[in-house]
Design a binder for this molecule. Structure first.
Ligand SMILES: [Zn+2]
Length: 453
């Protein structure tokens, strides 16, 4: 008995301990995410905008016949990307309160998409992403009565999603189905043509290939360094729909039915998925409302949000943590960073370190870093440098890399560390060696992918 109770206490202790651990990691993760939120007053250097590179594939059903947007639609397509960027840049305040009864708002997500190329592909199989396919095996018919056919009960469930079937090469649509005892009964839109004996039927099964791996495996896998957006069609009429299951792939089908502005909203939403965001019917972060009603309905102040990741007609808001999460992904994950313009050097994005500074978030640097005389820059998290970036260390400056890596993820090399008297004259060294800047590596800190002269 005693043993049992001790065991019991021990396991309780374990659970409490686990809970504390879980809470600590959870808290640490939350804290971590906060650093990446592009708050209105944060510097554009420490929380820089992310620009994602996009390649658009216009899939034609036949040569000269896209049955969707085509190369003549480029102006509209560019306009739509412009609108998408506006949804992400000039956000509206949220219509719904978050779980903590607050309304969290940042005006600019600092996330942008740059349409780099538009490619035409003629591929009628790739084009057709939603259609009825004739199912290859027939089903035996027990008997026929005018507009009804009788089958074994085990076939009942087959016809859930089937709109039409074919008997002796004549097509019928199903208006009703029922089951009595061991018999399934299908009611058809017209009487079955008698004549030769009716013994079996073929049926059409709806194929949904919007998200199909065929598209990305055939056309996008070889280049995972930009987001490949596909515009495909569908031989079934219906609303436009989309799917973005991979960081480098997204497909939009039947756009032609969606209208210019509506299509841009759909594009903004699907791009949201590809950059890591989930639907808002259940909150991904605690600064989102507990519930968000879906259904392409106008947003309101009680049940339907205006979140880009909801199903609403507003789609002009992201919460600070939604934006922060995207920034965290695109500052820390090499495969994500490679989808951005992070390898494009821009001198105006140069950091000037005039005071002792600690970087405790991962940084994507597209300019240079200048550590001024006698100042120290400590890096606690990884730093990515563009291929033309340099780090200048002036007289008596220090660069401490503490448990972090300084590198380039594009398979290119950055230009290295310049130890100098002053960044204005980078070739001039301090006269005394004791005044040379120092690079200190701590806790397995590393500097890699440096161009060696
Ligand atoms: Zn969605």
């Amino acid at each position: 008995m005693l043993l049992k109770s001790t065991q019991h206490q021990f396991s309780k202790f374990n659970i409490v301990f686990l809970l504390i651990l879980f809470n600590l990691t959870f808290f640490a993760q939350k804290e971590e995410l906060e650093k990446y939120i592009p708050q209105e007053n944060t510097s554009l250097l420490t929380n820089p905008p992310i620009t994602l590179r996009v390649q658009l594939h216009l899939v034609y059903r036949y040569e000269n016949d896209a049955q969707n947007y085509n190369l003549d639609s480029i102006k509209l397509i560019r306009d739509q990307f412009g609108w998408v960027n506006r949804f992400y840049k000039e956000m509206n305040p949220c219509t719904l309160e978050a779980q903590d009864k607050e309304k969290h708002f940042i005006p600019d997500s600092r996330i942008q998409f740059r349409l780099d190329t538009v490619i035409k592909i003629v591929d009628s199989v790739l084009w057709d992403r939603r259609y009825y396919a004739l199912y290859d095996r027939p089903i035996p018919i027990d008997s026929v009565g005018l507009n009804k056919i009788y089958l074994d009960k085990r076939y009942f469930s087959r016809f859930k999603k089937v709109d039409s079937l074919s008997i002796n090469e004549v097509n019928y649509s199903i208006t009703n189905r029922s089951r009595i005892d061991n018999v399934s009964i299908l009611e058809l839109s017209s009487n079955v043509e008698s004549g030769s004996a009716v013994k079996e039927l073929y049926y059409y099964r709806k194929r949904e290939l919007n998200c199909d791996r065929y598209i990305w495996e055939k056309y996008a896998n070889s280049d995972q360094n930009s987001i490949h957006v596909f515009y495909t069609g569908s031989s079934l009429n219906g609303v436009a729909f989309g799917c973005g299951p991979k960081p480098y792939f997204l497909n939009l089908t039947n756009l032609i039915n969606g209208g210019g502005w509506g299509n841009a909203q759909l594009l903004a939403h699907e791009l949201g998925h590809t950059i890591g965001l989930a639907h808002t019917n259940y909150p991904q972060f605690d600064d989102l409302p507990k519930k968000d009603k879906f259904g392409f309905i106008p947003c309101n102040s009680t049940t339907v949000s205006n979140n880009i990741m909801g199903y609403n007609q507003c789609r002009n808001y992201l919460s600070p943590k939604q934006a922060g999460y995207v920034h965290q992904l695109y500052s820390t994950k090499p495969e994500r960073i490679r989808l951005t313009t992070a390898n494009e050097y821009k001198a105006e994005n140069t950091f000037d370190i005039w005071y002792d500074t600690v970087w405790d978030k991962a940084m994507v640097v597209t300019g240079d870093i200048i550590v001024r005389k006698r100042q120290t820059l400590t890096l606690n998290k990884d730093v990515h440098l563009s291929e033309n970036s340099r780090i200048y260390l002036e007289k008596k400056a220090k660069l401490i890399v503490d448990g972090a890596t300084v590198t380039n993820y594009f398979g290119t090399k950055w230009k290295g560390i310049v130890i100098c008297k002053s960044a204005h004259k980078p070739s001039k060294k301090p006269r005394w060696s004791r005044n040379l800047a120092k690079v200190i590596l701590k806790n397995e800190g590393e500097i890699t992918e440096v161009f060696s002269r």
